[in-house]
Design a protein around this ligand. Sequence first.
Ligand code: PEP
Ligand code: MG
Length: 919
Amino acid sequence: MAKRIYFFGGGQADGDGTQKPLLGGKGAGLHEMTRLGIPVPPGFTITTEVCTAFFASGERIPEGLLDEARAAIRRVEEIVGTRFGDPENPLLVSVRSGARASMPGMMDTILNLGLNEAIVAGLGARTQNPRFALDAYRRFIVTYADVVLGIHRKRFDDALEIARRKAAAARGMVEAQRLTVAELQRKLPDSMFDEETLRSLVKEQRRIVQEETGTPFPDDPWAQLEGAIVAVFRSWNNNRAKTYRKMHDIPEAWGTACNVQAMVFGNLGEDSGTGVAFTRDPSTGEKRFFGEWLPNAQGEDVVAGVRTPNPIAKGQGNDEGSLEVRMPEAYAELVRTQERLEKHFRDMQDLEFTVQSGRLYLLQTRNGKRTGRAGVRIAVEMAKEGLIDQREAVMRVDPASIEQLLHPTIDPKAPKTLLARGLPASPGAASGQVVFHADEAERKAAQGLPVILVRAETSPEDIHGMKAANGILTARGGMTSHAAVVARGMGKCCVAGCSAVAVSYETATMTVTIYDELGRPTDTVSVKGGDVITLDGATGSVYLGAIPTAPASLSSEYEELMRWADTARRLKVLANADTGADARTARSYGAEGIGLCRTEHMFFDDKRIAAVREMILARDVDARKAALAKLLPYQREDFTAIFQEMAGLPVTIRLLDPPLHEFLPQERKQIEDLAATMKVRPAELVRKVEELHELNPMLGHRGCRLGVTFPEINEMQARAIFEAACDVAEKGAPPKLEIMIPLAMTRKELALAKATIERVASEVFAEKGRSVSYLFGTMIELPRAALRASELAEEAEFFSFGTNDLTQTTMGISRDDAGKFLGAYVEAAILPKDPFTSLDTEGVGELVAIACERGRKTRPNLELGVCGEHGGDPSSIRFFERVKLDYVSCSPLRVPIARLAAAQAALTEGGATTLQTTA
Ligand code: PEP
Ligand code: MG
């Protein structure tokens, strides 16, 4: 039987840092730290395999596991010198979840386990601090009741408030009854509760449990332990965890490990405390030890963000409260430890620590979450420091996170009204309507309204609202609060801990206190739900109204990383761009040409649409040619602009693709206007529009089928292309021209189009007295085209996979309607992902592979690329590397992502350049 429990403690550990799949990230970190001799309270990890077995057997703890846990607890007792369940000298434990990938705050944790009334009394006597023992117990009861017994927290919150009001009255705080819950909480925080208050609170909590469950709160520590283990495993499947997994592509099958560990207490008094730290700044990536802590507190206090924490080091505000000043010895040891851990794990670490009566303990180390900008900077600087090599630096950065570097920032020159300043928790800038609830955020965002979610603090229940919002503002909490960590992961702009803001959910208002330069309150502004505000996540500023944003500027570390990536990359990265301006943007992001220019986008322009409609509705060929002649100069102008931007680089122009009816007027007024211009009766136009109507337009008269019935369209487009290319060639370097036919399925369709294009080319070249070279090719968008690739390659000099249509036609799923049911497919794991976002490599991918192989057989130097949306999707790019396409083409803003993803694909899929290891 596989080993189910891994012990760590006393300088020895059964596991190590490499065993994340089995021990979870938290577990693996604890085992490795123990091996390194770092002070870690002893404990044990129940493996993720046990969690999987637990679910496989209908949520039953495997036979014999609890006996093994008992034996492991005995070993902990020996090391710590206390005994589990012994009122004289009790051992308390924490029971924590910890999956292979970190899922911050998504699953459950129980602290202070192993208490009952007798043990509380014993612990109070032994620590000479009965208040502390009672405080630990009341926290334990609430968490246990919530997590294990499933009793709503609200009941305990209410009990807490009643206790607070009673305590206030007893202290003679006459105004207490008039204060709001939040105001009173500030005046009389939990930490000021006396023994008597805590004792009656505990009594009330136990009464609630009895009332809700019909049985007393469990007093047997072993029963508590069993309940907690079950709850931790179950929490793998709670809704928050499921949502998080979906967002981060974490497989359902992994399961969580369960860590049981001796408690150390940060709330034993003023020489105790607890905190969270990062070995480098998770927001900017700067190499500076950075973190927050709270004196006399337990870990949950820091993360919950109810108290605003102090900095760890000096020079980060509130020096007096810093750990460096308050506990210099523990601080010095923490600094040494963080340096060691970063060197050892060769990555930025996110640490949790507790100081108990002056002694430092590490409770967690893991690779820290970071912003996209920080990720790039850390990878590049670590390579330069020699901690990792360049290859690893390229592999370290998640291509999707690069997107954050491309985020807009607030236009510095725009006029603005500063409301307040909070912590710059996650970069980016966002404007939107203020909403106070996650559900409301989701509802409004679904209507296309940009919203800013404003909360006193966020909790995992708010995650769907955070996802829907453009930005997040919280009144409380620090840089490591839930809001900050989650927003950073989502790449969303977030301002946290904005203490000038007071949120009232009852009245849907946030009241902002305005301060003068000397920090004196001068005024208050009240912002209602629905009012617009703007957040600047880079500075922590909150502004009234909407403010224009300026485009992102890329860091020098980014440029360096991309250079390394480009050295490793085999696939070329082109862009999908339809205008000169798009082409310029694409170039600035490093596109090496244009892989798809959709010419129909040029048709929608206000000035041109009339000519387009005339062309479509023309009674005969001559009338159509006359209308096309009006379009020709426009098309030529567009092509000229693009060719100038892309001198010397490939530019792939696709001939007209969509069904013609897409260009026609639908509304009565538009039809009447057009009829007047064309000098026909409106009824005639209506009839024509009806004639063009198709039941399945995506499978209808579109793509190269248009050229078969109306060859004049191809003629006009080819003429515009060649005239523009000759004109550009006259002044400088022409682009590497490629002309592409959409939606082909037979060789003959290609031969027909090719004949037209060749004829027009020779006409234009003769007129211009010069020629430009070009390739003729086709998109592969139909299964038949993929299967008959060997014939198509007789005509085509290149293939470009139109994987949007190829997905649609292979899977028989309409691109335009899939949204209605694809979500359910992904939810039920029928499909792993939306196949229009991430290529279905098994099905659609097989057709791509077949077409590559058969096409190359006919024409060994056949050029192969992809221009569907998948060209900018990292996991699809890995597949395109495997089938050895020549290029991917994607929207301009995804070009950097594709460059990095292509480099990573080359480095992992083999056969690629290896990078130098010197920086
Ligand atoms: C495609 O089908 O993948 C493609 C790029 O063409 P469009 O999206 O214009 O249909
Ligand atoms: Mg297409």
